[in-house]
Ligand binder design. Structure first.
Ligand SMILES: C[S@@+](CC[C@H](N)C(=O)[O-])C[C@H]1O[C@@H](n2cnc3c(N)ncnc32)[C@H](O)[C@@H]1O
Length: 217
């Protein structure tokens, strides 16, 4: 699907998370955990069913997450309760809405025991259209404090022609240079950037993904 409409997107993810309860954490989640401070509070933007948020929290991190899909957030809350994972808060909201994002970040600042938050967003940028990405980066530029880091993973332009396990929904394949420029214009330094395969393999699919770590100046 190349068409973009926030209601269609929400319906797609609501339906997806009605039946998809897999809770194995992603490789990117584990990669970030190996290098952050054990006391870091994590804000996940676009958490899906909480596979990564619940893992962050199980490792002792206060974790605050948001997603557009009500079904996804209900699944996060249900799993947290069933698995008795503490220190989590989940919010339904739109990442392109300043009020939604800033209230989630404020909640994390209130809960956090450290002065800085760590942000994480996996496989979400390519679920947004170009205008939504621009809005989200503008919001992050205004809400993050100097020194705070954000970890991104998303499908890059190189992935456009490869076969997908889950077809039939909106994806935008992101040009890494354009993404860097937007981050830099928004007052971020890019401390790490890599595009390649082998980082998010799933069944017969081995997508080209970008991994970026950016720090607010
Ligand atoms: C491919 S899933 C990734 C979920 C999770 N991060 C993971 O790696 O499994 C994309 C997620 O982005 C969420 N999403 C898409 N547009 C959004 C928006 N405008 N605001 C908040 N979440 C959004 C969807 O609901 C969906 O859960």
């Amino acid at each position: 699907m190349s068409e973009k409409n926030i209601d269609l997107n929400k319906t797609y993810w609501d339906n997806f998370y009605k039946t998809n309860f897999k809770s194995t954490p992603s490789q990117f989640c584990v990669c970030m955990l190996t290098e952050i401070d054990p006391t870091d509070t994590i804000v996940e933007l676009g958490s899906g069913n909480g596979r990564d948020s619940l893992y962050f929290a199980s490792q002792g991190h206060i974790t605050v997450a948001m997603d557009l899909s009500h079904e996804a957030i209900a699944s996060c809350e249900r799993e947290a309760k069933e698995r008795q994972v503490e220190h989590t808060s989940f919010f339904q909201g739109d990442l392109t809405n300043l009020e939604n994002v800033s209230s989630v970040i404020q909640h994390a600042r209130d809960k956090s025991e450290s002065s800085m938050l760590t942000f994480y967003s996996r496989f979400v940028m390519h679920s947004l259209d170009d205008e939504q990405e621009r809005k989200l980066l503008e919001i992050l530029s205004s809400c993050l404090q100097a020194g705070e880091k954000i970890y991104f993973e998303f499908r890059s332009s190189e992935d456009a022609e490869l076969d997908k396990v889950f077809g039939n929904h909106f994806r935008r394949y992101i040009n890494i240079d354009a993404f860097h420029a937007r981050l830099e214009n928004g007052g971020f330094n890019i401390s790490y950037s890599l595009v390649g395969q082998g980082m998010a393999k799933y069944k017969e699919e081995d997508p080209f993904v970008a991994r970026i770590i950016a720090c607010k100046k």
